[in-house]
Design a protein around this ligand. Structure first.
Ligand code: FMN
Length: 413
């Protein structure tokens, strides 16, 4: 399998087709469908209005990664000030909509997706901003600087991002030290914290299991759950590790450490690409029982590009990397629906891809997701996103006469 200028040849090294994307359907009209145009802002509160009309236009005049880094630095600083955390909580706290999963209690089902806080810089802030859980990282065993700049691009008219960050992070030991610091402070969040594990670029594919296992060993005491990320398009050949045999080796190694009796057993999930064929997904599901998987995170970014007439978006789509945001929504929901159907709902799914509002989140839950994450939605909708989605979900449950969110999981419409 090989990537050239974003194009994926759909045959892996053993001649087996695991990706659904071929050059002929590389531009996919399905990726352009969305429920709510991202430029419609119905019934947003005053804080959301300010974000959309004042804050976002100013932020979007600058380079995406620069703004991302400044925002993270500010949130990191604010995370160390009790008054700032209290103020964030006063503005953005979401109502309780609890979910019990993997033996953990999530105060609400809306989480922060991997990639936003790669260095565990603002751990307490995500709970103060109303998120029901956070997934930190991706982190790799070796510290690495990632790909050359620029590597993050906006397609504003389409509510999308393209990134080729390449797991820029300070390494698993540095992340462990930072998490240990947060844990000994009085500010550790009252929500589950997960860590997303990636493969170091310098580690060859046949040594991947050891690389993931080293990170897991270092970070195991500090997180409530772990996500094995074999689906980022930005580390050369990483997605080949979604092949059943390769993934089996990684999961065996992690579970061997997990069950060595020296610590509590941590839930292990796998994050999949939206570009896999259903057959390849089914092969991954065959590992769920033998490798004691707690669930699947569906999905990562896609290498497919939507059709668009917007010239600026077209320029962004010409960049190499993974596409996230509104155009990904439909495909990621299809994957969730397939996984839920195949497992008859027995394997928990964290749904992620193009969630901007409560209808988008409901679509994921109705397709089979027990929890939902956002990344691009946070960039476009601002810090009220978790609070707004949770209250919208509560309204939907009341309308349907449902008591608990779990009654809506896989409900099918
Ligand atoms: C800039 C950026 C960096 C990301 N980094 C990671 C990562 O390190 N690990 C990972 O599993 N996913 C990563 N993702 C993917 C997101 O976690 C998420 O799966 C994807 O963006 C789809 O969700 P969204 O449409 O809400 O953004 C990243 C996404 C973006 C935009």
């Amino acid at each position: 399998m090989a990537y050239t200028n974003n194009r994926l040849f759909s045959v892996n090294t053993k001649g087996k087709k695991i990706f659904s994307i071929t050059e002929s359907n590389f531009v996919d009209s399905k990726l352009t469908r969305r429920s709510t145009p991202v430029r419609d802002f119905p019934k947003v509160g005053r804080v959301s209005w300010l974000y959309h009309h004042i804050v976002r236009p100013v932020l979007f005049t600058q380079d995406s990664e620069r703004i991302h880094n400044h925002t993270l630095a500010a949130l990191g600083w604010a995370s160390r000030q009790s008054a700032s955390l209290r103020a964030a909580n006063d503005f953005y706290a979401a109502q309780e909509l609890p979910v019990e999963l993997f033996g953990l209690r999530f105060p609400n089902p809306i989480g922060l997706a991997a990639g936003m806080d790669k260095q565990a810089a603002a751990v307490p802030m995500w709970a103060a901003l109303g998120f029901g859980f956070s997934e930190l990282g991706g982190v790799t065993w070796h510290a690495q600087s990632g790909n050359e700049l620029p590597r993050m691009f906006r397609a504003v008219a389409d509510g999308a991002l393209v990134n080729r960050m390449g797991f820029n992070n300070s390494g698993a030991d540095a992340m462990a030290a930072r998490l240990a610091e947060w844990q000994t402070s009085s500010r550790w969040p009252k929500h589950p914290v997960g860590v997303n594990l990636g493969k170091s670029k310098v580690t060859p594919l046949d040594k991947a299991a050891e690389d993931y296992a080293n990170s897991f060993r270092a970070l195991r005491p500090y997180a409530d759950f772990f996500v094995v990320n074999v689906s980022s398009p930005n580390t050369p050949n990483l997605r080949q590790l979604q092949d059943k045999a390769a993934l089996d080796e990684i999961l065996s190694e992690i579970q061997r450490i997990n069950s060595d009796g020296t610590g509590t057993l941590k839930p292990i999930l796998v994050k999949v690409a939206p570009d896999l064929t259903f057959e390849a997904l089914d092969e991954i599901l065959e590992l769920a029982g033998p490798r004691n998987l707690a669930g699947i995170v569906a999905t990562n970014t896609t290498i497919v590009r939507p059709e668009t007439k917007d010239a600026a978006s077209l320029r962004t789509y010409a960049e190499t990397g993974g596409l996230s945001g509104a155009p990904l929504r439909v495909r990621s929901t299809e994957i969730i629906r397939h996984l839920h159907r195949q497992t008859k709902g027995s394997l928990p799914i964290i749904g992620v891809g193009g969630v901007f509002n409560a209808s988008d989140a409901w679509e994921k839950i109705a397709a089979g997701a027990s929890l939902v994450q956002v990344y691009t939605g946070l960039v476009y909708e601002g810090p009220s996103i978790a609070k707004n989605i949770v209250s919208g979900l509560q309204r939907k449950l009341t309308e349907r006469g449902l008591k608990n969110l779990r009654d809506a999981v896989g409900i099918g419409d």
